[in-house]
Design a protein around this ligand. Structure first.
Ligand code: GCU
Length: 427
């Protein structure tokens, strides 16, 4: 009886999904895209709690001392690429120190972070802190697709430069295609807000390497990073860690309570940043999808062939990752390993019910498979719950949280109260 019922549910959801995905593109980079649950080839995930030498991990200490470092190393060398150590010549120019904004409820601070000694690479960090705080405040730190002046509604923010998709740098003096983020929702909860534009660190296109931080680390005889060295995602992550260096330096900010948020390719970026940089207490990764929290071996929506193709996002990853496009089963890890690296810190995965390309179910499986690591620390994930319906908040209240909004790729207005709820519980 039970089996019959399950089969009916499965067939119905399978049918619905195929009706909804019918008009989506059939190929990307020349490779077919699968949107049919029933056509996903069987796969076996590498065990997150087994060391590469075969030894089982049964306690938090072994996880932290042995399994975590070996996973970080392989994800770094194979997927995102090795990053240089923090620069010794980092410097900060606080050019706007304490401007009262939001009817006096917040102070604005703007900082240029110089990433190199000769000041060729720099990023602008925009910060708002609640005025009435008794001590250092926690912070929601967002990495944005657009310049700071376009991310928030504040005419006092310095107009930055922005890269067009065609690779031209222009003044960010026009509104962007993204809605502005309402800072008040954080300030009124006693949480500060900060943001940076990812293109300040490295522009996001194939030839972006030439204009970004990675080029400053190339040896004179090199034109591209080595096989196991940083792609653009690692470059953006590295930049976010430099913003954290600033937070540590600012005594109005409680650097032990910093939450990091990014969407899509920046969802992948914040997952990776939180994985290796344990100074971040909490991460919210929105629609991180393939290369983020969605299981790579599960061939639904975007897959590793699509994403690492040289015509698409090859440049965002370590060159080595591309070679796994034809041998995904030999990857020594999968997305659940990346998710698990946040343990026991707070991680919320936000997806969208019609964002088939990003595979929201693949992210749910990513969380399910990672929760054994959270359990080593006495923390919870989705447990044995089945995938929540769109808009169902029941799995948000776990350290390893999952939330799927009713809609497509990105964040929608109703996500923000969910994020605030999660921040209030775990930050
Ligand atoms: C493309 C890409 C995704 C990525 C997304 C984005 O759709 O295939 O992997 O997440 O862009 O960053 O918006």
């Amino acid at each position: 009886m039970k089996t019959k019922l399950l089969a009916i549910i499965f067939l119905t959801t399978g049918f619905m999904a195929s009706a909804q995905t019918e008009n989506l593109p059939k190929t990307s980079a020349g490779f077919p895209i699968n949107y049919n649950e029933a056509a996903i080839p069987a796969y076996i995930l590498p065990e997150v709690l087994t060391l590469y030498n075969g030894q089982k991990v049964t306690d938090a200490k072994t996880w932290l001392e042995k399994r975590r470092p070996e996973l970080i190393k392989s994800i770094e060398e194979i997927q995102f690429g090795k990053m240089p150590p923090p620069p010794t010549d980092l410097s900060f120019d606080v050019f706007d120190k304490e401007t009262k904004v939001l009817e006096g409820t917040a102070v604005r601070r703007q900082v240029t972070i110089y990433l190199t000694k000769d000041s060729t690479s720099k990023m602008d960090l925009l910060i708002y802190l609640p005025t009435n705080a008794a001590g250092p405040v926690p912070l929601f730190f967002n990495v944005s697709f657009v310049a700071n002046s376009q991310t928030v509604d504040d005419p006092g923010v310095r107009i930055g430069d922005i890269w067009t998709r065609e690779g031209v740098k222009i003044k960010a003096d026009q509104p962007s295609r993204f809605p502005k983020i309402n800072i008040n929702q954080f300030i009124s909860e006693g949480i500060g807000f900060a943001t940076v534009y990812y293109g300040d660190i490295e522009p996001d296109f194939k030839e972006g390497l030439k204009f970004g931080i990675r080029s400053t680390y190339l040896k004179p005889e090199e034109t591209t990073p080595k096989d196991d060295e940083w792609g653009a995602i690692s470059a953006w992550s590295w930049g976010l860690s430099r913003a954290m260096d600033y937070f540590e330096h600012d005594n109005h900010i409680d650097n032990s309570r910093i939450a990091l948020h990014g969407v899509s390719r920046l969802g992948k970026t914040v997952l990776w940043t939180g994985a290796y940089d344990t100074r971040f207490k909490l991460v919210i990764a929105s629609v991180s999808g393939e290369g983020g929290a969605a299981i790579t071996r599960r061939d639904y929506g975007e897959n590793i062939k699509h994403i690492t193709d040289t015509s698409r996002y090859y440049y965002q990853f370590a060159p080595a990752y591309h070679s796994y496009a034809t041998k995904v089963d030999s990857l020594p890890f999968d997305a659940h390993s990346l998710v698990a690296l946040m343990a026991p810190r707070a991680l919320l995965l936000q997806t969208g019910s019609t964002d088939y390309w990003s595979d929201p179910k693949g992210e749910f499986i990513g969380a399910k498979e990672a929760q054994a690591v959270y359990a080593l620390f006495g923390e919870t994930g989705p447990g044995n719950a089945s995938m929540p319906a769109a808009g169902d908040m029941s799995l948000v209240f776990n350290k390893l949280g999952y939330y799927m909004h009713d809609g497509g790729h990105g964040t929608i207005p109703s996500d923000w109260p969910v994020f605030i709820t999660y921040l209030k519980k775990f930050l």
